[in-house]
Design a protein around this ligand. Structure first.
Ligand code: ADE
Length: 223
């Protein structure tokens, strides 16, 4: 897989992708990631990439010319163009799974009040939001999406099973609580069932606790 990120803050997008599991996936050649400076495609002699809103309104918008030039330079026949924006479709594990099948992702990062809508109409295949809050810039959201996608690439996680049992593999259920040693810590004991060795009881307990945790933290998933 290849991922190109276009942003005013390439270092912000790359920093979380330059360590640990994702860095190892990159080093192993599972994915090639590059972040590009949007300003390099500015047509303005002052290297400006933003302008005020037509029709009035607060803030600045990314102009179309640099984004069109960037996409025209980086897009190939198999490219999926993604725009990070709080106005996008919710980014969920199922979306990460879909994106992990792509051979080339071109991720555009919004900034200020967003991007000129002609960019979305003409260039973007999917607009994605990582949650119902507004970040200072889309590079942070791009890093989140790339992390979630790259770890799904075959071979990225040491243990191939590790993303099968986790929360959101069943999109309607969170994971059960988990424990490690010591069996007793400051008077708090690991639930007996987990040290019983009784596989069926452990599975039943996990199912019940997963439901309970979902009821408390994410009742919306059970609706
Ligand atoms: N840019 C700013 N906020 C964002 C969000 N929540 N998701 C994606 N991109 C964003």
């Amino acid at each position: 897989m290849r991922i190109d990120i276009v942003t005013l803050f390439p270092e912000v997008a790359l920093a979380p992708l330059s360590d640990s599991i994702i860095q190892r996936a990159r080093a192993a050649g599972l994915v090639e990631v590059q972040a590009h400076q949007l300003r390099d495609w500015s047509v303005d002699r002052h290297k400006r990439v933003d302008d005020t809103l037509c029709g009035g309104g607060q803030g600045m918008l990314l102009k179309p010319e640099p984004l069109f030039a960037a996409v025209e330079a980086l897009k190939q026949a198999d490219t999926l163009v993604v725009l990070m924006t709080p106005q996008g479709r919710p980014f969920r594990q199922a979306v990460a799974q879909e994106l992990s099948k792509a051979s080339h992702l071109l991720v555009l990062c919004g900034h200020y009040e967003g991007v000129d809508h002609r960019v979305i109409e003409s260039l973007v295949d999917v607009e994605l939001s990582i949650g119902d809050y507004v970040l200072t810039n889309g590079a942070i959201a791009a890093a989140v999406v790339c992390d979630a996608v790259i770890r799904l690439l075959p071979g990225a996680l040491g243990d191939e099973r590790s993303h099968v049992e986790e929360s959101f593999s069943d999109p309607n259920l969170l994971e059960a609580p988990s424990y490690t040693r010591p069996i007793e810590f400051r008077g708090m004991k690991v639930p007996d069932v987990l040290t019983s060795g009784h596989h069926a009881n452990i599975q039943a307990w996990k199912k019940e606790m997963a439901l309970e945790r979902t009821r408390v933290n994410r009742p919306d998933l059970l609706d």
